[in-house]
Every structure is written in structure tokens, then in C-alpha cells.
Ligand binder design. Structure first.
Ligand code: PEP
Ligand code: MG
Length: 574
């Protein structure tokens, strides 16, 4: 029987395909009590998972040895197999099931956290790093317990794709799916969660926040994902499939019409040209910049080079990547944001153990807490700066001393490179993101120390309204048009303009055509967004009368009744 489920539209487009259920992201597991009569079966389930992971690792070892006979991968796999016999991890987790009646997944994750904590206390860096192995082994065990669906099905011949159905997906999971996925839907997630941003980046239609969708369908059931309206239609009738196929063709036609704007300058009606920059997460996105003829890169989320892998990229590897992005930019500016690790973007193997990760050691705070990793990135960026118009941007600034410390590290990196006689741009511009309300409200101290600003509306909204951007339960409260948010954005633009400091916006608002006129009316003249959005925003700019819009927006900024603001912004068009 066909039925429709509503969620949050996070990545536009239509996908028609067969459902493929995947297990939960990483170590997010449920906690429940096992009834005494089921304890024996629970322990058996646990032991079976241990045996199955051991078999999996043995298989991996054999295939690694066949592919690379002289590599040391085998030794690493043996180390993980030894952990499967380790009483501190395995016996202790089994005891937790017996004693506290924990379910197996919960017992494992609890025990893992205590072991990881012990590793953290170890002085020896090599041993300390082994905590990543513990986490990986436990991840495998949890997957075995939850029933990993195995590899993705191959591409189908009937032209219909695969729709991933998950409880949640990390940005890394999403990147891993990029090749043969028509769309995805998840139980949880917010519109500006990084997973949603990655989906938009890959052009994959997606709907998140469907609550219990995984429980409502089975693998191989036909499903339509409408990423524009935010709905998933399960087991649709033939007539509905036909209707959606037509809508999908209409969308494709619309896209091809937009392509004609590629070489038209983004000039408003009076002739003023607006800068349209792209947000990227790696060199793979540079082709799209060429396709849309963007003016450069306004936000390179460099943290994507650090996640979804077991070891951190070293200086040379980073340098090559930054250089290749600059080369592909062919002289256009590239704004590399220093890595924004933390919150929903964690490094492989580092269990999230902060009670409030979005308010914890994230972005520049994390970088300054790990000066060695930070310095490596700064050196790589500086070296790359000899090959193009690079700018460095610091995320999540709230305090003047975060800039001072970062500038001091940049100076240290410069000093080292000078001594090593390595070339770099001495005048490399350093900017900061305005994405914490404190920064927007105390802008002077940022303006005095930086060369440019970029407004990160995604986090600015999250932190102003105290609404977790990744949590669909509070998704309704995540309101870009809240008067407090509008005041902070327009205040930032005006203050920067008074100080003649370049200011851009690189959050999702900048790529949403519903807000183009509003931002233009606030005085914004530089927008950075996912490349797929650039031509649509250009189309809006081409019909914008800047003087008239500015007057109307001034009036909107005086309103503080949400319904009236919404109505006025809608009337404004854009
Ligand atoms: C933002 O917060 O608006 C932003 C652009 O950064 P990110 O989405 O990567 O946090
Ligand atoms: Mg941000």
C-alpha cells in the first residue's frame, strides 16, 4: 500500500529508486534492559558478533596480503584481532550484560569509552593512538550486532537508482555513497547539518528528519524522494511514478535553461556586479566551478580532507591538494577555511565524548588545542599561497585572543618557511567567520585584526536561537528570518562596509533564492554557496533593483513580528 511521509527538504531534486536500509551511523546505539530470561540469548548474540568480526578481519588480512604481499597491514589487522580477545574490552563488556542487563551494543560502547579514556591518559603517543583501533573494533562489532546490510547493490539496468534509508548519516558516510546513489532519506538530521550540505554538494536529492522511516519500509521497496517538497512516497502507484518522472524531466529542463546564464555577468538592474563564489569541500568540486563560471571559492571546507580516513593528511599531502585547488581556480580567489573539526565533523576513531559538542572544542578552538596539527595545515596553506590567490579564513571566532593566537601561529609558520627558504605569499589575507553572535555583536575587535569577514549563517542561526542545526526535533525553530538573526546579519554587513572591510556570506542562506533580495537589501555584495546554486542566484540578481530593495529591506528590519517579516520577505521576492 502506498503512503507518504513528511520530513525536511534538504537537497532538491527527485529520486526514484529502490530502498536500501543501512545501519546506524557509527556508535550511536540504543540502550535498553534485557529481561533476565533473555540474558543467555543476548550473551550468545554478543559472542556471535565477536566471532563474525574475527572472521571478517581474517578475510581482510588475506585479501590485503594478496594485494600487497609486503605491506604491514596484516600486523595492524592482527592487533585488532587481539583486541577481540582482550579481557578488558570483551570480557568486561560481557560482564556488563550479565551484571547490569545492558543490551550488547550498549555494554560494548560503555566499555569502549572507559578503555578509550585509559588510553587518553597514556604519555606514549604511539600507544595513545591505539585508541583508534579500539574504536574501530567496537564499530565493527556494533555493525555486526545491528546487522550490517553489506555492500551496496550494483547499478540497476532498469534506470532506477538506489535510495539509502538510514537512521542518520555522518558527512563521511554520505561521501562514501556518492557513486551510485539516487537519493537518501534519514530518521534524523537538520536542514543545515553537514550531512545535508554534503548531499546538496553531491547533487543527491535528500529528505531528513523522517523520524521512524527505517521501521516503515524494507530493502528493495520502491520509493520516491522529493527533495524539494521534503517528502518520501513509499510503494507509489504507477501513475504517481509517471507523474514524478515528468516532474524530474521538467526539473532537468529548468536546469539546462539556467546553464545559459553561465557567461552572463551577475549584474543587478543598475549594472552593479555581485560577486558569486562557490563553497567546496575538495578539489573534486572544482569542475563545477568551471561549469558555473563562479568568481572563485568563498569557502573551502578543508576539514573534509581530515575526516573519513584513519590518519591525518601530512603537510605535503595537504599542500598538493591546496595547490591543485588553486591551479583549478586559474587565478580566481580561493578562501580556505582552516579545519572546522568538532560538533558533527569528528576525526575517525575519536569517540565523541563532549556533552555539548557544538559548544565544545570545535573549529578554531580545536585547532588551537592541537597546535601541531594546526601548524601543519598553516604551513601547507602558506606554501600553496605561492601558486594562486589564496586567502585563509578562521572559523567560529568569538574572542580576540583566538585571532591573536592564530596570527601568532601563522607568523611562526612563516618564520619557519623563511628559514627553510620556501616561497609563500607574505601578504596572504587572513579573514574570519562571523558565526557566533558574540562576534557579530562585538565586531570591532575582529575588524581591527582581520582582512575580510564571511558570515556563516548556518551557525549564526544555530547559536543565536540556541537550536541545534542537526536536530529535526527543533527544526521548526531554526528560523533564518528571526528578527534577532536579521539584526545580526545586517549589523555585520553594515559595520564591515563602514570599515571598508570586504564581507561575504557563505552559509546556506546565501544560496537560497528566497533570501537573495533580502541579503542584497542589507547591502551584501558577495555571496558564497554550493556551485549548484550559483546560476539560480544569478537569475535573481539579474532582475534586482538594488535601490528599491534596500528601501524595502530597511522597513523589514524595523519589524519584529515574525508573521509580518515572513510576509514582507515573501513579497520582496528574490
Ligand atoms: C556556516 O556556519 O554558515 C558555515 C558556512 O560553516 P559550516 O556550515 O561549515 O559550519
Ligand atoms: Mg559554521
Amino acid at each position: 500500500m502506498s503512503f507518504t511521509v513528511h520530513g525536511l527538504p534538504v537537497s532538491q531534486g527527485i529520486a526514484i529508486g529502490y530502498a536500501h536500509l543501512v545501519s546506524r551511523a557509527l556508535l550511536e546505539v540504543n540502550h535498553y534492559q534485557i529481561a533476565p530470561r533473555h540474558l543467555k540469548a543476548e550473551i550468545e548474540r554478543f559472542d556471535n558478533a565477536v566471532a563474525s568480526v574475527d572472521g571478517e578481519l581474517l578475510g581482510l588480512k588475506a585479501s590485503a596480503a594478496a594485494a600487497q604481499p609486503h605491506s604491514e597491514i596484516g600486523a595492524f589487522i592482527d592487533l585488532q584481532r587481539m583486541m577481540l580477545e582482550d579481557p578488558v574490552l570483551i570480557e568486561a563488556a560481557r560482564d556488563k550484560i550479565k551484571e547490569y542487563h545492558y543490551n550488547a551494543e550498549w555494554a560494548l560502547v560503555q566499555q569502549m569509552e572507559s578503555v578509550v579514556e585509559q588510553f587518553r591518559q597514556i604519555e606514549d603517543p604511539y600507544l595513545r593512538e591505539r585508541k583508534a583501533d579500539v574504536v574501530q573494533v567496537v564499530e565493527r562489532l556494533v555493525k555486526a550486532l545491528l546487522g550490517d546490510p553489506g555492500p551496496l547493490p550494483p547499478k540497476r539496468k532498469d534506470g532506477l537508482g538506489t535510495v539509502i534509508v538510514a537512521h542518520d548519516l555522518s558527512p563521511a558516510d554520505t561521501i562514501g555513497f556518492k557513486d551510485h546513489i539516487a537519493g537518501f532519506i534519514t530518521d534524523i538530521g537538520g536542514a543545515t547539518s553537514h550531512t545535508a550540505i554534503v548531499a546538496r554538494g553531491l547533487g543527491i536529492p535528500a529528505v531528513v528528519g523522517l523520524r521512524h522511516i527505517r521501521g516503515l519500509l524494507r530493502t528493495n521497496e520502491l520509493i520516491i524522494v522529493d527533495g524539494t517538497r521534503g517528502i518520501a512516497i513509499i510503494d507509489p502507484d504507477a501513475s504517481v511514478v509517471e507523474e514524478y518522472q515528468l516532474r524530474r524531466s521538467a526539473l532537468e529542463l529548468e536546469r539546462s535553461k539556467l546553464k545559459r546564464l553561465r557567461d552572463t555577468p551577475a549584474a543587478a538592474l543598475g549594472g552593479e556586479v555581485i560577486q558569486l563564489l562557490a563553497n567546496i569541500s575538495g578539489p573534486q568540486d572544482m569542475a563545477q566551478i568551471k561549469e558555473t563560471n563562479a568568481d572563485g571559492v568563498g569557502l573551502f571546507r578543508t576539514e573534509f580532507l581530515f575526516i573519513d580516513r584513519d590518519t591525518l593528511p601530512d603537510e605535503d599531502e595537504q599542500y598538493e591538494i591546496y595547490r591543485s585547488v588553486l591551479k583549478a581556480a586559474s587565478g580566481k580567489p580561493v578562501t580556505a577555511r582552516t579545519f572546522d573539526i568538532g560538533a558533527d565533523k569528528t576525526l575517525a576513531g575519536s569517540a565523541q565524548n563532549e556533552p555539548n559538542p557544538a559548544l565544545g572544542l570545535r573549529a578554531v578552538r580545536y585547532s588551537l588545542a592541537e597546535p601541531k596539527i594546526f601548524l601543519t595545515q598553516l604551513r601547507a596553506l602558506l606554501r600553496a599561497s605561492a601558486h594562486g590567490k589564496l586567502r585563509i579564513m578562521i572559523p567560529m571566532l568569538a574572542h580576540a585572543d583566538e585571532i591573536e593566537q592564530t596570527l601568532a601561529l601563522i607568523e611562526k609558520a612563516k618564520e619557519e618557511l623563511r628559514e627553510e627558504k620556501i616561497k609563500f605569499n607574505e601578504k596572504l589575507p587572513i579573514g574570519g567567520m562571523v558565526e557566533v553572535p558574540a562576534a557579530a555583536l562585538a565586531l570591532g575587535m575582529f575588524i581591527r585584526r582581520l582582512d575580510f569577514l564571511s558570515i556563516g549563517t548556518n551557525d549564526l542561526i544555530q547559536y543565536t536561537l540556541a537550536v541545534d542545526r542537526g536536530n529535526e526535533a527543533v527544526g521548526r525553530l531554526y528560523d533564518p528570518l528571526h528578527p534577532a538573526v536579521l539584526k545580526l546579519i545586517s549589523g555585520t554587513i553594515q559595520a564591515a562596509q563602514r570599515a571598508e572591510l570586504p564581507v561575504s556570506a557563505c552559509g546556506e542562506m546565501a544560496g537560497n533564492s528566497a533570501y537573495t533580495f533580502l541579503l542584497l537589501g542589507m547591502g551584501l555584495r558577495s555571496f558564497s554557496m554550493h556551485p549548484a546554486r550559483i546560476l539560480e542566484i544569478k537569475r535573481q540578481i539579474l532582475r534586482a533593483d538594488l535601490a528599491e530593495i534596500a528601501l524595502k529591506v530597511q522597513r523589514i528590519l524595523k519589524l519584529d513580528e515574525p508573521a509580518r517579516i515572513n510576509e514582507a520577505v515573501e513579497k520582496l521576492g528574490g
